[in-house]
Design a protein around this ligand. Structure first.
Ligand code: SF4
Ligand code: SF4
Ligand code: SF4
Length: 186
């Protein structure tokens, strides 16, 4: 089985936030904690201003800083599908992963004194069901699958410090947003 990850087609995303909210609800996350976030930006480039959106969760990086910096091995790469997973029972709540992830993906749970993050809805996928966020996207802007088929390009778009983790997320940028998206990441 190849490395799995998200594909986000920015030109299809309406910024509805459904992916973000269904994830939060189904994972029973407390106030302020999100495994997926949708951000909106205004592009003023050229003669065609517009608004574009970006939906990002954990990028299940190929060189994950969270794994490298966890002192107890609670963050690890799944051997089957290459996603980055978290063992709640091993986590000591030190937040080393929170500090080392360039994308703000790990969420510290004050109520549990552990960190948690997007697992790509591992249990659902084991049953042949798509991740909650993918199911929730009526625009079909989000998909999850084999990165050998979709490729990875977030690392190429992102600025150098962020791309050091080789994020396994493919972002199909909408044409008018592309240059502003890069400006924002820089
Ligand atoms: S996005 Fe952050 S938490 Fe997710 S694999 Fe990459 S470094 Fe780890
Ligand atoms: S795959 Fe699951 S846990 Fe990850 S962002 Fe989507 S709904 Fe949330
Ligand atoms: S559910 Fe789909 S269209 Fe709505 S914000 Fe998320 S990715 Fe964009």
């Amino acid at each position: 089985m190849g490395k799995k990850g998200f594909h986000f087609n920015q030109s299809l995303c309406s910024g509805c936030h459904s992916c973000m909210m269904v994830c939060k609800e189904n994972h029973h996350l407390p106030e302020g904690a999100f495994f997926r976030r949708v951000s909106s930006f205004v592009s003023e480039n050229g003669s065609k201003p517009g608004v574009f959106h970006l939906s990002l969760a954990c990028n299940h990086c190929m060189d994950p800083a969270c794994v490298a910096n966890c002192p107890v091995g609670a963050m690890y790469v799944d051997e089957e599908d290459g996603t980055v997973q978290h063992d709640d029972s091993a986590c000591i709540g030190c937040q080393s992963c929170v500090k080392s992830c360039p994308y703000g993906a790990p969420q510290y749970r004050v109520d549990l004194n552990i960190t948690q993050k997007c697992d790509g809805c591992y249990d659902l996928r084991a049953k042949g069901i798509e991740p909650d966020c993918v199911q929730a996207c009526l625009m079909r802007a989000l998909t999850f699958g084999d990165m050998e088929e979709t490729g990875t390009n977030l690392g190429k778009v992102a600025c150098a410090p962020e791309s050091t983790t080789s994020p396994a997320t493919y972002v199909d940028e909408s044409a008018y947003a592309a240059s502003s998206f890069r400006d924002w990441l820089m």
